[in-house]
Design a protein around this ligand. Structure first.
Ligand SMILES: NC(=O)c1ccc[n+]([C@@H]2O[C@H](COP(=O)([O-])OP(=O)(O)OC[C@H]3O[C@@H](n4cnc5c(N)ncnc54)[C@H](OP(=O)(O)O)[C@@H]3O)[C@@H](O)[C@H]2O)c1
Length: 273
């Protein structure tokens, strides 16, 4: 292995610290900068006092709370920017434009992992563009999702949206079962099996949205709206919050009111779109 590059990490939060540690373990010379002094310096890394000092590195990795925080820190003195701060597709595109205007090589990425997974093959990093992305290998498994700088954020938010909806549904169910003394320990294995089964239904659902052909002999929207009303009532009767079942009921019902009552669940996308 030849002489390793110097890589700076801006942001020593939970994720930034894990990234700096992984770079050190892969033999990079690592510089780190953090706004406050209270965060520990990862083993082997060298702390610098200002972002400008960090920009002397061959590659600068940013991992900060938001683009709002990141924007004022960026400088045209950066050679290669690997942006791993989460945001919207539009924010990522603005940063790519800023990089292009300022002669900074740019790689946009998002981290689909928790800090404890960084440096293992399970940590997927979605990235885009043609820039020098090799430092990403230190963090896990880089996955190229296209040229457009907005795409990693789009994948990130779409997948997180599924996670938040699923976790919300799970927590509502755990609360509902808990009102009758049924523990998560007893209930959760059924949920895991159910999620696997639901996963097998997604390709067909996706195809229906693509062809906009919602004929069904499986389950009509009417019956699902009726089921969602029962779910809302059952949660209310058991003394629970009904915001989540109500939101789903109202969404599905809007598709029903649009004339999709006899169609499949996939027709709900006509309201979302
Ligand atoms: N943690 C995860 O599981 C995870 C997973 C995937 C992606 N991410 C993404 O990684 C990024 C960082 O997340 P995190 O979990 O590491 O967050 P965190 O632990 O809250 O760390 C936030 C970092 O941003 C810095 N920061 C906040 N406001 C600042 C400001 N005004 N000026 C300069 N620095 C500022 C903090 O510095 P101070 O120490 O000075 O406050 C800290 O270094 C986010 O975009 C997040 O979405 C995180």
């Amino acid at each position: 292995m030849g002489i390793k590059k110097t890589v700076s990490v801006l942001g020593l939060g939970r994720m930034g610290s894990a990234l700096a540690r992984a770079l050190g373990e892969k033999g990079y010379e690592v510089l780190v900068w953090n706004r406050s002094a209270d965060k520990a310096t990862p083993p082997g890394a060298r702390r610098v006092g200002t972002p400008e000092e960090a920009f002397e590195a061959d590659v600068v990795v940013t991992c900060l709370t938001s683009y709002e925080v990141q924007r004022p820190l960026l400088s045209k003195n950066i050679k290669v920017l690997v942006n791993l701060t989460s945001g919207t597709p539009e924010e990522a595109r603005e940063t790519a434009k800023w990089a292009e205007d300022n002669g900074v090589e740019y790689v946009d990425g998002v981290i689909m992992a928790v800090p404890q997974q960084i440096g293992t093959p399970g940590a997927r990093i979605f990235f885009s563009g043609n820039g020098n992305h090799h430092v990403l290998d230190a963090f896990g498994e880089p996955v190229h999702v296209g040229e457009d700088a907005g795409l990693p954020a789009l994948y990130d938010l779409a997948l997180l949206g599924i996670m938040w909806a699923t976790f919300g549904g799970y927590l509502q169910a755990v609360a509902l079962m808990g009102t009758e003394g049924i523990t998560p320990e007893k209930f959760t294995p059924m949920v895991a099996a159910w999620l696997t089964e639901l996963g097998t239904m997604l390709p067909a659902l996706g195809e229906e949205t693509r062809h906009r052909d919602y004929e069904t002999d499986v389950s009509a929207l009417d019956i699902n709206v009726s089921g969602l009303r029962m779910l809302m009532e059952a949660n209310a009767q058991q003394g629970l919050d009904t915001a989540l079942p109500r939101a789903l009921h109202d969404l599905y019902e809007r598709a029903q009111l649009k004339g999709h009552g006899t169609h499949s669940i996939a027709s709900v996308i006509e309201v979302i779109r």
